[in-house]
Design a protein around this ligand. Sequence first.
Ligand SMILES: NC(=O)c1ccc[n+]([C@@H]2O[C@H](COP(=O)([O-])OP(=O)(O)OC[C@H]3O[C@@H](n4cnc5c(N)ncnc54)[C@H](O)[C@@H]3O)[C@@H](O)[C@H]2O)c1
Length: 337
Amino acid sequence: MTLNIGVIGTGMIGQTHIRCITQALSGAAIAAVSDANRDLAKEVANDLPDAEVFDAGQELIESDHVDAVIVTSWGSTHEEFVLASIAAGKPVFCEKPLATEAAACRRIIDAEVAHGSRLVQVGFMRRYDVAYRVLKTVVDSGEIGAPLIYYSGHRNPEVPGSYTREMAIVDTAVHDFDMARWLLGEELVGIRVLPAKRNSRGGELLDPLLMILESESGVLVNVETSVNIAYGYDIRGEVVGETGTASLADRNLVDIRSAGARSGRIPADWRERFVGAFDTELQEWIDAIASGVAPTGPNSWDGYAATVVCDAGVESLAAGDRVAIALGTKPALYDSH
Ligand SMILES: NC(=O)c1ccc[n+]([C@@H]2O[C@H](COP(=O)([O-])OP(=O)(O)OC[C@H]3O[C@@H](n4cnc5c(N)ncnc54)[C@H](O)[C@@H]3O)[C@@H](O)[C@H]2O)c1
């Protein structure tokens, strides 16, 4: 059976997902597309002979030809399309953020709980990266003892002029927050955001930032965002346990020996670093839906938690102080992953 997918938002990541589904993955086809920029949607559909172009995302969701929905429009529009997908009883994959406000995430959770089963998956693709998966297996096995500290480094060579101070938290570190919750299997309860001495390449940005978070059991999570670091897109991760440590290894495919030194390549950007994770994320989502199983990836609660942590981080940056993270009660629907 082919899963017929409708994509709302045919911009950069929407097109990436469409290419991935049509050229690399199996079991799904693009049956419909929609974008506020209709010309763009039509242009994208030119390469998709079976895709219908809809003026409104709502119409796409309600189409009988659409079995499942991918939402890749701007973050502020996600709530509307995720709620409409739940109302239509259709599985929906929503790029992060689930919604830009915690209250909107809560409305999605309420709608999904009322529906009675999980329909929503959020695009935290790092959970599908091979290295992160091995890191989690090691942590869960107990081989390094109970985790005590988790360091998560997120380094970009540069960011566009439209990148704001808060984006280091809500757009960049949001992935590190999700990784910390997932790796530790615990919620985060507090955050303190500390600007370091400024990188002169970053203009008015507060860059780098150091964020110190605590988990429920007291694990310290140390997130570094350096978004003007020039040398490459470098993702670091190390768990310090009671009897050992486990860290993401350098992923060099080529070892270079030259001029008396040994070196390796560092990815240029997030696409290069996480291309495999995006493929696995969508293939597992397609396979789960096709076999009638609820997707097991990041759910609405995970999307909500990430947004609440980001809000607390933004508040901490402005206040210069620790801010508590309060999630409230998790509905039973999200108890098992
Ligand atoms: N998981 C990741 O690492 C990752 C990477 C990149 C982007 N994203 C997320 O994906 C989303 C899209 O990002 P992008 O970089 O592709 O942006 P983009 O601007 O390239 O594309 C977004 C598209 O959505 C369309 N759009 C906006 N409002 C709409 C509406 N109401 N109905 C239909 N279409 C609408 C815009 O016209 C645009 O074409 C964002 O939420 C972003 O945070 C996630």
